[in-house]
Structures are given as structure tokens and as C-alpha cells.
Design a protein around this ligand. Structure first.
Ligand SMILES: NC(=O)c1ccc[n+]([C@@H]2O[C@H](COP(=O)([O-])OP(=O)(O)OC[C@H]3O[C@@H](n4cnc5c(N)ncnc54)[C@H](OP(=O)(O)O)[C@@H]3O)[C@@H](O)[C@H]2O)c1
Length: 162
């Protein structure tokens, strides 16, 4: 079992606009789905809201863990946690499943500050967009281990904690 963080960002580290993704890249969404399938996905409540707005259900074929400070919050078939540490503790209870931290900005920032992820799985989109949520600078504790072509204007990077 490993803990990975997965994110898509543009060349200014932008990741979101008005609660949604600033772009639509079906191949990247497909890759996200394939990588995270059967794992545990940990996300902030706002990212969860955006998923519900987009597809109408929690992410299928994955254990969905949502972090919120709202102690009255609940959602059918979703594990609710009131801190990132508790969310990860709950995620570990699901045996050998891989754990994926899937955003958004607030959750990425806290996860990186504490150097929680073992791996970073990054889609780099070589374009500029308008938006309001950004990914932090990758901390020096992580090293780029591989790059892979994606499409016309994006590529994939794998980073590992030193
Ligand atoms: N490009 C990408 O790969 C990617 C991936 C995911 C998301 N996004 C984008 O990111 C944006 C959302 O990011 P965001 O920063 O606004 O929101 P977020 O990180 O998804 O969620 C923030 C919420 O999480 C809860 N939370 C955060 N830290 C917590 C803690 N320590 N303890 C308990 N609860 C905590 C709070 O929920 P409550 O307010 O309920 O207390 C907070 O309002 C959207 O635009 C989304 O589309 C992009």
C-alpha cells in the first residue's frame, strides 16, 4: 500500500476555476480513472461537491473519503473524516488498497506540508488558463523519477519522496 497524490496543473500551477477543472482533457480523466480504480480516494469537501455536480455520484469503484470540518455532514456510501490525518487513518483500514489524495488545493497544500504522499503523479498542461485554485511548489523532498508523453499539449510526471 502506498499513498500517492494525483493532480493536473497548468504551467502556472493552476488546478481549478469556480469549483471545477479549468480544462476538459478526456484522456487525462481516463488515466485518472484507471490509476485510482479499486483504491481509496481522499478529497476535500469542495472537490467532492464538484464531483457530485459533474457525475451525480461519488467516484465509482473506489472508496471515497471526504474531509470536512462540518460534523453534521454525511453522504451515502462515503466515509467522512474531520481532519486529513483521520481521513488517512480511515483509508488505511481498507487493507492493501492504494490511497490516492485527489485534491483540491487546500488538501494538496496540507498533504505536502506534512510530506504525506510517497509519490506525486502529475499531469503538466503546457497552457495558461484563468482560475482561482493553485497547486503549491513541489517541496525539495521530492525528486522527479520519470516523464511520459501525454498528448499534444500535456505530459505526465512521476515524483517520489527521497
Ligand atoms: N486539477 C486537479 O487535478 C484538481 C483536483 C481536485 C480538485 N481540483 C480543483 O480544486 C478546487 C477545489 O479546491 P479547494 O481548495 O477550494 O477545496 P478542497 O481542498 O477540495 O476542499 C476544501 C474543504 O475541505 C475541508 N477541509 C480542508 N482541510 C481540512 C481539515 N484539515 N480538516 C477538515 N476539513 C478540511 C473543508 O470542508 P468544509 O468547508 O466542508 O469544512 C474545506 O472547505 C476546485 O476548483 C476543483 O475543481 C483540481
Amino acid at each position: 500500500m502506498s499513498i500517492s497524490l494525483i493532480v493536473a496543473m497548468d504551467r502556472n500551477n493552476l488546478i481549478g476555476r469556480s469549483g471545477e477543472l479549468p480544462w476538459y482533457i478526456p484522456a487525462d480523466l481516463k488515466r485518472f480513472k484507471e490509476l485510482t480504480k479499486w483504491g481509496v480516494v481522499v478529497m476535500g469537501r469542495k472537490t467532492f461537491d464538484s464531483i457530485i455536480a459533474r457525475i451525480g455520484t461519488p467516484l465509482p469503484n473506489r472508496i471515497n473519503v471526504v474531509v470536512t470540518r462540518d460534523t453534521s455532514y454525511s453522504y451515502e456510501w462515503v466515509v467522512i473524516a474531520h481532519s486529513l490525518d483521520i481521513a488517512l487513518g480511515n483509508a488505511r483500514l481498507f487493507g492493501g488498497r492504494d490511497i490516492w489524495i485527489i485534491g483540491g488545493a487546500e488538501i494538496y497544500r496540507q498533504a505536502l506540508e506534512s510530506k504525506i504522499p510517497d509519490h506525486l503523479v502529475i499531469t503538466r498542461i503546457d497552457r495558461d488558463h484563468e482560475g482561482d485554485a493553485w497547486f503549491p511548489t513541489v517541496p525539495p523532498e521530492y525528486t522527479l523519477t520519470s516523464t511520459e508523453p501525454g498528448g499534444e499539449y500535456w505530459h505526465y510526471e512521476a515524483w517520489t519522496k527521497k
